[in-house]
Design a binder for this molecule. Structure first.
Ligand code: ZN
Length: 308
């Protein structure tokens, strides 16, 4: 069964390796072409993520470097990889092709310059998260003790996302920021977050947040990172499915998807350790849910909630 994965950090690894990793088959990449093919991942989102320690005036350059790896290494050297520039491109994928699109994880690289954001839309960024864990000029992330919401700039960015039919991603955002986004965003998504009721971690969503996302027609894509799955002990695929079960109880059965976070996580769920093992999750899900429901989680829920 085809899978759509809303989050990976392969571009960061490609950039850090400075050209030494081949996207086709580098074993250092959880998300490489071979592994995507083996795991039947039909569409993969590639996050642009700039580490917080990079100096402010270098951050946009790093964004461009990662985009260059996306164009030259991911797409340029692998004819099966097809660039999804806009949502309708998803309908054009042929058998054997894998769609790839860009997302931005945190807007601090643009500073207060919305021109830079518009350029990123033009280059194909289809989902924008306002923050990573830290604060920036747009909003506070979950790791900022001030725990503030959106600034005026943050609100402008959400409105621009609406205008460009781009998702506003609430994973990593402070809770106050989340509620500000809920008021403004036409297309909210949590691209890689789990349930706080099942695993009490700052990166997860409360039941109220999950219900609000579902009521707004948004999506929650569950993440395979063990610390977000289980508070103690080793996390299994069944433990991850408990998050899906809980979001279903909250009314999200048609709005749940997958967001592995491969290449951004170091601890792994046994049997779900890189993109090639994606079908292990599907096989397990089919024990508890019918085929149409699992197809929903794997890809269809996302496809039926695209910005339009
Ligand atoms: Zn993340």
């Amino acid at each position: 069964m085809n899978v759509i994965d809303l989050h990976c950090d392969a571009l960061l690894k490609l950039s850090e390796a400075k050209g030494k990793l081949r996207f086709a088959d580098a074993s250092e990449l959880d998300t490489n072409k071979e592994r995507l093919q083996k795991g039947k991942v039909k569409v993969q989102a590639f996050a642009i993520f700039v580490e917080p320690y990079i100096q402010s005036d270098q951050k946009f350059q790093e964004v461009l470097t990662q985009i260059d790896y996306f164009y030259s290494e991911v797409l340029g050297k692998n004819q099966e990889m097809k660039h999804i520039r806009c949502w309708s491109d998803l309908n054009t994928l042929k058998d054997g092709e894998i769609g790839a699109f860009l997302t931005l994880e945190g807007v601090d690289p643009i500073g207060n310059d919305l021109t830079k954001l518009r350029i990123l839309y033009q280059l194909g960024v289809l989902s924008v998260g306002l923050t990573w864990n830290q604060a920036n000029l747009a909003a506070d992330g979950v790791g900022e003790p001030r725990a503030g919401g959106l600034t005026e700039l943050g609100k402008e960015i959400v409105k621009l996302n609406n205008q460009y039919k781009v998702f506003t991603d609430v994973s990593h955002l402070s809770e106050k920021g989340f509620w500000d986004v809920m008021e403004l965003a036409d297309f909210p998504i949590a691209s890689h977050s789990n349930s706080k009721t099942i695993c009490n971690h700052r990166r997860n969503l409360t039941d109220e947040q999950a219900k609000a996302l579902f009521q707004k027609g948004g999506l929650i894509h569950v993440v395979y990172n063990p610390p977000f799955i289980k508070e103690q002990g080793k996390a299994s695929i069944d433990d991850l499915i408990k998050h899906i079960d809980h979001f279903c109880l909250l009314g999200g059965i048609k709005q749940i998807g997958l967001g592995s976070d491969f290449d951004g996580i170091y601890d792994k769920v046994k049997g779900l350790e890189d993109a090639s093992q994606s079908q292990n999750l599907i096989i397990k899900l089919l024990k508890y849910y019918n085929e149409a429901e699992v197809r929903g989680f794997a890809s269809e829920n996302f496809l039926s909630h695209l910005p339009k």
